[in-house]
Design a protein around this ligand. Sequence first.
Ligand code: MLT
Length: 258
Amino acid sequence: MLLAYSDDGPGPVVVLLHGFPLSREMWLAQRTTIGARYRVIAPDLRGHGESPDVQGISTMDGMADDVIDTLNALQLTQPVVIGGLSMGGYVALSLVERYPERVRGLILMNSRAQADPPQTAQVREDLAQLVESQGSPEPVVSSMMPKLFSPLTAQRRPEILGQLQAIMMANRPTGIAAALRGMAVRPDRTASLGRISVPTLIVAGADDGLIPMAESESLARAIPGARLVVIPDAGHLAPVENPADTNRALEEFLDTLA
Ligand code: MLT
């Protein structure tokens, strides 16, 4: 499937994959800053933003295939840097495992390699059914909003919460339900982490309420040579909550690949 995307800047390509239930709109601060020296391509994953909607189930592998289709359509067949936040990180892990020849660097932000435990998968199915029956992303948005941000973001930059809520609410309920079901069946990729052979950066939010710091630390330990950077004053959405420190970490990493 061909995805909608933004394409900013000159230089080596960095593909940024958004989290759930967001869209490429979440990368505005990266597109403007990192896009000054790198070509930042940010797609809307299937069922999100302006990309085609989907019924049923959006697997992480299917989303990864869409990214490859879109890069092929752009004639970008050389390896690129792939970065993903949370669900985007699940897709990035699928890409590096299944298309290693297309990846020259990996950035996993606020993400993990494990599959869902059964109770989480059940919560996702319940939420998917609610979203479908109400015909609105609202049940997912209200369940996620309290978990996404550092307390400091809510205090110092409350406008960010409204902006992110609007991005989530603009998504279609079918796409949201399909992604919930896709995340619920994603494979555990822990065993393949040791085979990742490209430079890797792990970004963690110091106050991430969804990904405990111990998980980011073990992710960094499991990938050969991976570096972990902890972003202060940030929860689950480090690139949005603290773009200055996140961009610095990303640019330092990208510069080592140049
Ligand atoms: C995300 O930010 O993409 C979600 O928190 C991922 C998830 O629900 O596992």
